[in-house]
Design a binder for this molecule. Structure first.
Ligand code: SF4
Length: 354
């Protein structure tokens, strides 16, 4: 699947940094111009070449006619009255809509803001509990469209975002090439310069791509949507990504951990009433992950209109967490955020056009 070429102008952020010099058709003596463009794009956040005042007029005009610095427009934002979580609604140059979610810092020490980025418009992976899985895949987002979500969010909220999480609409590893290019831009000191521990790629469990990620991408944290402790339950919840067994998935996760030297792998577990919330399931999950360097993020299911699944009560979720911690696992109980504006985990459905 390809991203539509933006007619004439090429999005600059889709071009690897190493190729900028060639793309700009510069003489070797003028190679410092590349560095100037980096500064304008990433430090000063200009949206046009015309604003790059220390470049000669001729270059500005030539590059303005050749490249695009922005391809998205932030159409509107919706802010949760509950907790300040915001859903950002973007429009692409081919008039498609999608959204990402901004999670504000809550003010406590060590508390961080985060942006949950989308990687595709729609999703083909059909996880049965997820609103995004109900939206047919329209296309991959380009690398530029992924990075620009960060630009727009930082500009909208007037602050640097601490953590980036590729966990919005779409399966990031199904858009592998564009994801890797976006990660290059995000991680590079010449780009957004995020440290490895501030960037997380979350996958529903595409085993071959997890291996490729370790080999070809800048290092980042890995999060795996596990949601079940047996292949049987996982198949019901994630019918497509359970083409790989839990055993193969965990082996890929540990191999990623060894190859990249990253810390704990995060396992996302959405607790769904009567489906995967039993004591037996918690014990099985503990057996799978005990003695491993892992975090378990427990998220009580956020209801999605039209889906038959229900949120378990607090006591059930707490008991599930207790069973895991008693067996030595590191567990984070994720509070629902932005559920009043359908920005909670698994709730990103169609982005209605503004
Ligand atoms: S959980 Fe992720 S991979 Fe699964 S349907 Fe939703 S967006 Fe797609």
């Amino acid at each position: 699947m390809t991203v539509p070429s933006a007619a004439v102008k090429r999005p600059l952020l889709d071009i690897p940094f190493n190729d900028w010099f060639k793309a700009f058709e510069l003489e070797p003596k003028d190679s410092y111009r590349v560095r100037q463009v980096h500064t304008w794009v990433f430090d000063r956040r200009v949206r046009t070449f015309a604003e790059m005042s220390d470049l000669p007029e001729t270059l500005r005009e030539k590059w303005e006619g050749t490249f695009r610095l922005r391809t998205l427009v932030l159409r509107r934002r919706e802010v949760s009255a509950q907790d300040g979580t915001a859903r950002l609604f973007f429009e692409t140059s081919d008039k498609k809509s999608f959204s990402s979610v901004y999670l504000p810092a809550k003010g406590g020490e060590g508390d961080r803001s985060a942006l949950c980025l989308s990687t595709q418009i729609g999703c083909a992976w059909g996880c049965v509990f997820c609103a995004s899985g109900r939206v047919a895949l329209e296309r991959n987002l380009s690398a530029a469209e992924m990075v620009e979500q960060v630009f727009w969010a930082e500009e909208a909220f007037g602050r640097k975002i601490n953590s980036l999480v590729f966990m919005g609409m779409g399966e990031p590893l199904a858009n592998f090439t564009n994801l890797v290019q976006a990660l290059q831009v995000i991680r590079s000191p010449l780009g957004l310069n995020y440290g490895a521990r501030h960037v997380t790629v979350s996958t529903s469990g595409l085993v071959p791509q997890i291996t490729m990620l370790a080999q070809t991408a800048p290092h980042v944290n890995l999060a795996i949507s596990l949601h079940a402790a047996t292949d049987e339950t996982r198949k019901k919840l994630l019918p497509k990504s359970s083409a790989w067994t839990i055993k193969d998935l965990l082996n890929a996760a540990w191999a990623y951990q060894r190859a990249t030297g990253r810390g704990r792998v995060t396992f996302e577990y959405i607790v769904i009433k009567g489906v995967n919330d039993s004591v037996r399931e918690a014990q099985r999950l503990a057996n799978l992950l005990r003695a491993k360097k892992a975090w378990v993020n427990l998220i009580a299911y956020n209801p999605v209109e039209g889906l038959p699944y229900q949120t378990p009560d607090d006591a059930t979720v707490r008991e599930f967490a207790k069973i895991l911690t008693q067996r030595g696992l590191f567990v984070r109980l994720r509070k629902p955020q932005g559920t009043d504006i359908s920005a909670g985990c698994g709730q990103l459905g169609e982005a209605v056009r503004a």
